[in-house]
Design a protein around this ligand. Structure first.
Ligand code: ADP
Length: 165
């Protein structure tokens, strides 16, 4: 059984992430979508909220598990006996960082292979921060996030605006 892990902030999950999730789920027996918690990075949604949003938009895909982790990715990778790390690439700007991460992970664990899936046309210019910025100014995010979580994302961004964080 081939298990892949797709790690990221997913703050919040977008249609770009969902495209990668669907394609990776077809390539592997099991796909773990992992909300990586970075305590030094401020976020709009709590790890539990992010997990919940991803679970809701992937509920029809049977071979997906959603989890969160606040440690080193490679420790989680080993603990879950995973085979592959999946990353999405939007542009050359993603590449440098992702290339470095892939090399570091391979250095920490020789078996940790990273595979990259290219973003689709819309995903190429889509990021969680862009979605949050548009929502912050009451813009239309309907093409960028799955419809079933659009209201939750708007509410989360509104909450952030009110608390002024
Ligand atoms: P961001 O906060 O920039 O949206 P994440 O940390 O949540 O990024 O991204 C997790 C993974 O998903 C990374 O490999 C990233 O390159 C990829 N990714 C992010 N947005 C997209 C997108 N729109 N299309 C394809 N892949 C994406």
């Amino acid at each position: 059984m081939r298990t892949a892990i797709y790690p990221g902030s997913f703050d919040p999950v977008t249609c770009g992430h969902l495209d990668i999730i669907k394609r990776a789920a077809r390539l592997f027996d099991k796909l773990i979508v992992l909300v990586s918690v970075n305590p030094t990075k401020s976020s709009c949604f709590t790890p539990n909220e992010r997990v919940d949003l991803i679970k809701r938009v992937t509920r029809n895909i049977s071979n997906i598990e959603v989890d969160s982790y606040d440690g080193l990715l490679i420790d989680y990778f080993n603990a879950r006996n995973a085979d592959v790390i999946v990353k999405g690439l939007r542009a050359m700007s993603d590449f440098e960082y992702e290339f470095q991460m892939a090399l570091v992970n391979k250095d920490l664990c020789y078996d940790a292979e990273t595979i990259f899936l290219c973003a689709d046309a819309v995903g190429t210019f889509l990021s969680s921060s862009m979605v949050k910025q548009i929502a912050m100014f009451d813009g239309d995010i309907s093409s960028y996030v799955p419809s079933e979580i659009e209201a939750d994302i708007k509410n989360g961004v509104k909450r952030l605006r009110q608390t002024g964080e």
